[in-house]
Design a protein around this ligand. Structure first.
Ligand SMILES: [Zn+2]
Length: 245
């Protein structure tokens, strides 16, 4: 005890006390979630090199419809669909999504949700949006993964935009993995998987569905339909971190 008190009076203590975070990062440098290279305190999750390889869509600058919008034409009325990045096999974007989905990179999911918010700040995409609705995972899946990546992306977007995350949708039942099925099989498989969460009492006029990646759009279509069936006047937009290219 006396030794500790003495230590507290030393210059070394003052130094540690004042520079604790810097000291910790010397002991445990932040590493890139993609390549394990060193990152900076300001951008702790992915390194400059990996960040530089990300292929942004820049759709927020587009004044006309984008391929994201076109994907839903003739299927379900979506006000605005947006994806932050292009997804190509082997790309940096694929590695980010993989880390978010399968490697427990929760901070990365929130960080990229924040990037979504920064890109869309002061654009038409966030105008009059009153709720961010994550695509729910089945509870068994969420339990085994420990988190829902869509919710974390939504949280990052909420932090940047001030729009609340609302759990307006629930999963109905566990369904077989979608990965090996074509669009029509997939549609049969997902059409009926969501229900509106009756515990949410507030009414929303324009909600954004948030998910990690846009491929066939079947899951997002099903989610949007469920909301529109329950609230016929609701406007639904869709934001994802990436679109398959
Ligand atoms: Zn890296």
């Amino acid at each position: 005890m006396i030794n500790l008190l003495r230590f507290k009076q030393t210059a070394a203590y003052d130094f540690l006390h004042n520079n604790w975070n810097g000291f910790l990062s010397l002991l445990y440098p932040n590493t890139c979630e993609i390549c394990s290279g060193e990152t900076t305190e300001r951008a702790p999750f992915i390194c400059f090199g990996c960040d530089n390889e990300l292929d942004y869509t820049h759709y927020e600058r587009s004044v006309e419809h984008t391929p994201c919008d076109e994907l839903f034409w003739g299927r379900v009325p979506i006000l605005q669909a947006y994806a932050l990045l292009f997804f190509r096999t082997g790309s940096s974007t694929q590695k980010v999504l993989h880390a978010i989905k399968y490697k427990g990179a929760k901070d990365l999911a929130v960080d990229f949700g924040g990037r979504l918010g920064s890109r869309l700040a002061n654009t038409r995409y966030l105008e009059n949006v009153d709720a961010i609705v994550p695509i729910p995972l089945h509870s068994k899946k969420e339990f085994s993964r420990g988190y829902n990546q869509s919710e974390l992306i939504g949280r990052g977007l909420a932090d940047k935009s001030g729009i609340p995350v609302v759990h307006l949708l629930k999963r109905k039942r566990h369904h077989a993995s979608q990965t090996k099925k074509d669009r029509f099989d997939r549609w049969d498989n997902v059409a009926d998987i969501f229900m509106v969460n009756q515990r949410v009492k507030a009414h929303y006029s324009h909600v954004v569905l948030v998910d990690d990646v846009l491929t066939t759009g079947a899951t997002l279509e099903a989610a949007a339909r469920t909301l529109i069936q329950q609230y016929p006047t609701i406007k639904v937009s869709i934001f994802t971190l990436a679109i398959a290219k």
